[in-house]
Design a protein around this ligand. Sequence first.
Ligand code: UD1
Length: 352
Amino acid sequence: MKILSVVGARPQFVKLAAVAAAAAETPGVDHLILHTGQHYDPTMSDVFFADLRIPEPDINLGVGSGTHGAQTAAMITGIERVLFELKPDWTVVYGDTNSTLAATIAAVKLERPVAHVEAGLRSFNRRMPEEHNRVMTDHASDMLLAPTEGAMMHLRREGLAGRALLVGDVMADVCLRVSESVRGTPPPRELERLHGSPYVVATLHRAENTDDSGRLRLLLERLSACLVPVVLFAHPRLVARAEAFEIPLQIGALVPVDPVPYPVLIRAVLGSAGVVTDSGGLQKEAFLLQRPCTTVRSETEWPETLTAGWNVLDPDLAHPEVSVVREAPNSDQGKPYGDGRAAQRILRALTQ
Ligand code: UD1
């Protein structure tokens, strides 16, 4: 059986790591990887393949950055060409980026089966490009591989239960495996300048937070007022917008650093007093690693993280002094993201 995984952006490489490893262990599966080139900086792409031991992509379309229309159109054109040639039994798409939607459109129009990993997530915020990507991908795909009960519920409500399967969360598979391998190792070199002081890990990259100068300035000012250093792993989008708006990243408590490989980020979170982020993946990683998280958004696709206050939504960072540095809740989290074997279930579903 020939399975083609299509990825393009950083969080998709993490999800792919779990599926590629499970595919390699499944007899009779020929797993090919197409990278759209949506993310192309070595720190946003190559290091993930190397550190997570993902095989090199078989094809890289090198599409790069652009407006939503231009970027998605270039991907559809390139992916269609590859599908004509490879004729995979399954095209597997991940998450909610423009690469996800492009591959889905290209494949279903050629009547080639599509499976969506991380199906059924909803923010119900129609101003997010990712919300449109995930809704359209779910409705077009042939197999919907849901990470949580909540995602299954959304798919049922939208009349998609017949194509949906609860498999667990592939990001949890990878997070749990990597956290075991880095636990107890020395702190990352990026944190040496903190000389052992307690710190918070922060990321900001969503268009809704970075693309308006007033909003970006407000969020950075509020973060800079925290009582402990805030290590800001700065996505290229944040750096580009801050530069364009002439907003300094190195103010007050803020300690800006370049994006880091996945195991380094996990190690940084493990050693932190908490996390502040607008990333879906990092909210969940904070939860899995039992660190309190403050999410700079008014909604989340991962509501299970809100249990007992492990994650708190604070879209304007109105109270950074109380919300950002707080005690970890003393409660059992359960296992809402599965048992670390979601990828094996995905391979079973695809091959059966
Ligand atoms: C994309 C996804 C988002 C995901 C995020 C993870 C969409 C609509 N958004 O957002 O869901 O959470 O990836 O990181 O698909 N850039 C670089 N180097 C790179 C990549 C991007 O400099 O390797 C800069 C460019 O200025 C680019 C900007 O970042 O214009 C935004 O990149 P883009 O891929 O459009 O979206 P992300 O913000 O990364």
